[in-house]
Design a protein around this ligand. Structure first.
Ligand code: FAQ
Length: 311
């Protein structure tokens, strides 16, 4: 056995026996590339994902709602930081990843390219977008790459608080006026299909799933998780008193799952290629924040180089 074969066999054994691959361990180049792609995309999503809700910070309807929203948006920034740190253990630099996001060379989640039109959207983002994120991320706590799996444990705890705050906000609005109930239903109508698209393309159009499942980076396919999310969301919608905009949605006794319609995959393709309702705005905001932060990074670097940071 050559030394590469023996390293490969050790790696295969680590993955097959559900142990964690750590940054200093040998790993195939493709595994490293896939992790950098997925973790970077995930980190970018958390950071860009601050924008749709952040847009409501200045006009939240009460001090209490503002404080909750501020904490939630800050949590998303924190998630981005854990994830960029996890990516850095694979030998990439956060600045380099941010440059790739801004240039369009790396993606972020399709969901954040839709506008948040009313305060009910804040509740629906918490309920459905964080809900979908949890559904996708809980299995990632068992991902084969140690730093990613460990980051996911904390992220999921916070996301589940986010989901509850969204649901509580919507429940409050549903107990309010007719106009408030209509705002909630309108927001649900606009976010339902984009939330289903968060899980990625259908399995037969997902080029990365098979290999990522074999490496145990992903533990379930895109369609499995989408189904889980639909099954989880339907009773919650009933409790809230809203409906999903899908005439094909119904319980299938035989499958013991809900049947549901097909998302508009052409719209998904347009959005992930940069042509969604808010793609340009999201990147422009991120670019401006990066430019405005240049002096802070330069000052922090100069301070660290002088050794002052150690004191
Ligand atoms: N949007 O072969 P697959 C959050 C791309 S966090 C954009 O199936 P894969 C928290 C995919 O990259 C939300 N692009 O890919 C929050 C690939 O393109 P590439 C983010 C997408 O990786 C809440 C191509 O399509 N969560 O919401 C999307 O095996 C509220 C083919 O796809 C994560 O990133 C999409 N939806 O499976 C924050 C979770 N789907 O790179 C603020 C971790 C697919 O080859 C407020 N990521 N693509 O050019 C994953 O689990 C996986 O990467 C999937 C995609 C499931 C997203």
């Amino acid at each position: 056995m050559t030394s590469t074969e023996s390293l490969q066999s050790e790696f295969d054994h680590t993955v097959a026996s559900d142990q964690r691959v750590e940054p200093r361990d040998w790993m195939p180049d493709g595994y490293r590339r896939t992790l950098i792609r997925q973790i970077a995309q995930h980190a970018h999503s958390e950071i860009i994902g601050m924008q749709p809700e952040g847009a409501w910070l200045a006009s939240a309807p009460s001090l209490r709602r503002k404080a909750i929203l501020m904490a939630k948006v800050q949590d998303e920034a924190g998630h981005g930081l854990y994830l960029y740190s996890a990516a850095e253990t694979l030998g990439v630099d956060r600045g380099e990843l941010t440059a790739k996001l801004i240039s369009g060379a790396q993606k972020y989640s399709s969901i954040f390219n839709y506008p948040s039109l009313s305060f009910a959207d804040v509740g629906v983002i918490g309920w459905l977008v964080d809900g979908a994120a949890i559904c996708n991320q809980v299995p990632l706590c068992r991902s084969s790459f140690g730093p990613y799996a460990r980051a996911m444990v904390r992220v999921c705890k916070e996301e589940s608080f986010h989901q509850r705050q969204g649901f509580e906000l919507l429940m409050t609005m549903m107990r309010g006026t007719v106009e408030q109930r209509e705002m909630v239903q309108d927001a649900v109508n606009r976010w339902w299909w984009p939330a289903l698209m968060m899980f990625g393309p259908p399995d037969d159009k997902s080029p990365n799933s098979a290999q990522s499942m074999q490496w145990r980076i992903k533990r379930h396919t895109n369609d499995e998780l989408r189904q889980r999310f639909v099954d989880m969301s339907v009773p919650q919608a009933e409790t809230l008193g809203v409906t999903f905009p899908d005439p094909e949605l119904k319980w299938n006794e035989q499958r013991q799952h809900h049947d549901f319609g097909t998302p508009d995959w052409d719209e998904f393709a347009r959005i992930i290629s940069g042509d969604g309702p808010c793609n340009k705005e999201r990147i422009a905001v991120r670019r401006a924040a990066d430019d405005e932060g240049t002096w802070v990074r330069e000052a922090a670097t100069a301070f660290a180089q002088r050794g002052e940071g150690a004191r």
